[in-house]
Design a protein around this ligand. Structure first.
Ligand SMILES: Nc1ncnc2c1ncn2[C@@H]1O[C@H](COP(=O)(O)OP(=O)(O)OP(=O)(O)O)[C@@H](O)[C@H]1O
Ligand SMILES: [Mg+2]
Length: 329
């Protein structure tokens, strides 16, 4: 059975189309990733599925319930961890969880049991009596995940679960996400800017750009579609790179891209393709300064489908600032 199905789901804001006729289905128990740059429409899609906003057109179901006509049933079976923190910083960790349990109508006994469970899961039991404003960024994220789990959701939405966190904390949170998915059988939809996060965690990934899904498959399938190797050529000037990029396109390589004076060419086997690339360069009068090879990454896939890269370090700065602004509100 499918946990989530959308049918041409679309959301516009005053004529601006943020989510554009998206069709996806997420299987029960799947860990599904939405990968895309800033403004791609990831959060808007999560907001639609979690019934925070209504679609302009198209439909969607979560756990079989219609997101517009049966939104109360949808809300009862989902957990959401929003992109920005929505915890009350003036309350303790425990009070935040208790409030959430009350909102979901859990009895006092059940609240206590679940709070103990989820705090244990995210290893925050020892901090539960402290005000949230004293928590570190990673602790806040973990408490939010704990809160999203309080009412045992069938589907958990995680919008940028590791935004602005240090690599160690990120690995820690990946572990929780995997455990929740494998051990508790929770269907998880997460959004991310991080290629390695999507690659590491997700069963399938939808690459989203300008409100549309531009590619959707298992990470390894996405990668192998392009060829498993990348040849990187450094030429004399950016103009040379652009010229050679056009030659590559005409020659019929699966994918090529260019940045500054470098050209990236995706190939099945680099050792077989290198002589051919040299020949193409020679006949087009292109001087090669250096040549290196590496395995394909999701980055290459992303560039192939969207025409641009998302550099983690650049995105990091922007999203971290955004996160800080949101949490300061
Ligand atoms: N309430 C709103 N009113 C007007 N425009 C909106 C609204 N919400 C989102 N948008 C626009 O829709 C587009 C998609 O935004 P969204 O937040 O879904 O992107 P995202 O993929 O989550 O980006 P990020 O990676 O930065 O979180 C953006 O151009 C954004 O400005
Ligand atoms: Mg977002």
């Amino acid at each position: 059975m499918n946990a989530i199905v959308t049918n041409q789901i679309t959301k516009s804001f005053n004529g601006f189309i943020a989510v554009n006729e998206i069709d996806i289905s997420v299987k029960e128990g799947e860990l599904f990733g939405l990968l895309g740059p800033n403004g791609a429409g990831k959060t808007t899609l999560i907001n639609l599925l979690s019934t925070m906003i209504r679609p302009t057109s198209g439909t969607g179901t979560v756990n079989g319930f219609d997101i517009v006509h049966d939104s109360a049933s949808v809300r009862a079976v989902i957990g959401v961890v929003f992109q920005g923190s929505t915890l009350d910083e003036q309350l303790t960790g425990l009070e935040n969880l208790d409030l959430h349990g009350r909102l979901y109508g859990l009895s006092a006994g059940l609240r206590k049991k679940r709070i103990d469970e989820v705090l244990d899961l995210v290893e925050l039991s020892h901090k539960s009596g402290l005000l949230v404003k004293t928590y570190s960024g990673g602790m806040i994220r973990r408490l939010e995940i704990a809160r999203g789990l309080m009412h045992h959701p069938k589907v958990l939405f995680l919008d940028e679960p590791t935004l602005g966190l240090d690599p160690q904390t990120r690995l820690h949170i990946w572990d929780y996400i995997r455990r929740l998915n494998r051990e508790e059988g929770i269907t998880i939809v997460l959004t991310t800017h991080y290629m390695e996060e999507a690659d590491n965690l997700c069963d399938r990934i939808a690459i989203v750009d300008n409100g549309r899904v531009v590619a959707l498959d298992k990470p390894e399938k996405l990668k192998s579609a392009l060829g498993s190797d990348v040849i990187i050529l450094t030429l004399d000037t950016p103009e040379d790179a652009k010229k050679f990029y056009r030659v590559c396109k005409e020659t019929g390589y699966v994918s090529a891209s260019t940045k500054d004076q470098t050209v990236y060419i995706s190939v099945k086997k680099s050792e077989e393709a290198v002589p051919e690339v040299f020949k193409t360069a020679f006949t087009s009068g292109t001087n090669i300064q250096s040549i290196t090879m590496r395995k394909s990454t999701l980055d290459d896939i992303f560039i192939h489908y969207t025409g641009r890269g998302i550099r983690d370090e650049l995105v990091d700065d922007i999203t971290y600032m955004k996160y800080k602004l949101q949490t300061k509100r």
